[in-house]
Design a binder for this molecule. Structure first.
Ligand code: PAF
Length: 281
């Protein structure tokens, strides 16, 4: 497996791969790989001739008081895990090359970035779309893989690709969970053991709300209140938002009449965890 930091070297490698008519599958990450990332790599490996993973903790998607400086990193461990999954190349650029002095250009998807996580983290999605657009330009993938855990991110990236006529197919893969239902996330590392246990309340709340919908509840406000109350039973849980939105535009719904996304963000101590469940009715 190749490890490349330099942008010109990456472009050269990509040119070589493309000239041989090989397809490129791409998994962008911020590193500290877990089973969720590895499931994306496996999916990429199934279809692509050449699999690229990027590892870059992207400063522009973190707010001023967020965890950019503390974001967990483990390049050695990541290399080993990626190699075991048959990754061909890890692209591991430096901040000074991705955002050189005088950098001025950002990509912004409107509206769907202003709700859910976008409401709590105003600069976040502009940073995500900017870095993903840059990575797409560098890696030139045929397909790129994202996790359903970050449902809003996946939707925003799909919209960017559609609106900017980018030549890449976006594949969204299922959320990978620990045995107790907690969604895998690099940020789970911040959880103290007692908080990690308490975090089970997130998925159990989503499942309980889904049960209510299956049983016939269609009033979204009733369900939001139910989810909020459920989370409040856990003293360590500090919810940021609890939402029920339509799956395409992420707009709040009053009555459930079609597929909806149950989405929530909850803080446990230092960690802010997000999760969601798509419910078809
Ligand atoms: O999901 C992530 O890890 C990041 O937001 C991404 C897509 C790699 C962009 O930095």
């Amino acid at each position: 497996m190749n490890l490349i930091r330099d942008l010109a070297e990456l472009k050269n490698e990509v040119r070589g791969v493309k000239s041989e008519g090989q397809s490129i599958g791409f998994v962008p990450t911020m590193g500290f790989l877990h089973e969720g990332h590895l499931s994306l790599l496996r999916e990429a490996r199934r279809k692509a001739d050449y699999v690229v993973m990027s590892i870059f903790v992207n400063p522009t998607q973190f707010g001023r008081d967020e965890d950019y400086e503390d974001y967990p990193q483990d390049l050695e461990g990541d290399q080993k895990k990626a190699a075991e999954e048959g990754c061909d190349l890890i692209f591991f650029p430096e901040k000074k090359d991705m955002y050189p002095p005088g950098y001025l250009t950002y990509v912004n998807v409107e509206e769907i970035t202003e709700v859910l996580c976008g409401a709590c983290r105003p600069v976040h999605f502009r940073g995500v779309t900017t870095i993903v657009a840059k990575l797409f330009n560098l890696v030139e993938p045929d397909r790129a893989y994202f996790g359903q855990k970050d449902a809003q991110q996946a939707l925003v990236i799909k919209k960017m690709v559609e609106d900017l006529n980018m030549n890449v197919e976006i594949i969204v893969c299922p959320t990978v969970r620990e045995e107790d239902g907690v969604a895998m996330s690099s940020r789970n590392k911040y959880l103290q053991p007692v908080e990690r246990k308490a975090a089970q309340i997130i998925y159990s709340t989503l499942l309980a709300a889904r049960e209510k919908i299956i049983a016939g509840e269609r009033n979204a406000e009733v369900l939001r209140k139910f989810m909020w109350q459920n989370l409040s039973q856990e003293p360590l849980a500090d919810p940021d938002y609890v939402e029920i939105v339509d799956e395409k535009k992420l707009q709040r719904v009053d009555q459930i009449q079609g597929p909806v996304l149950l989405a929530l963000a909850v803080k446990f101590g230092q960690a802010r965890l997000i999760d969601n469940l798509l419910v078809e009715v």
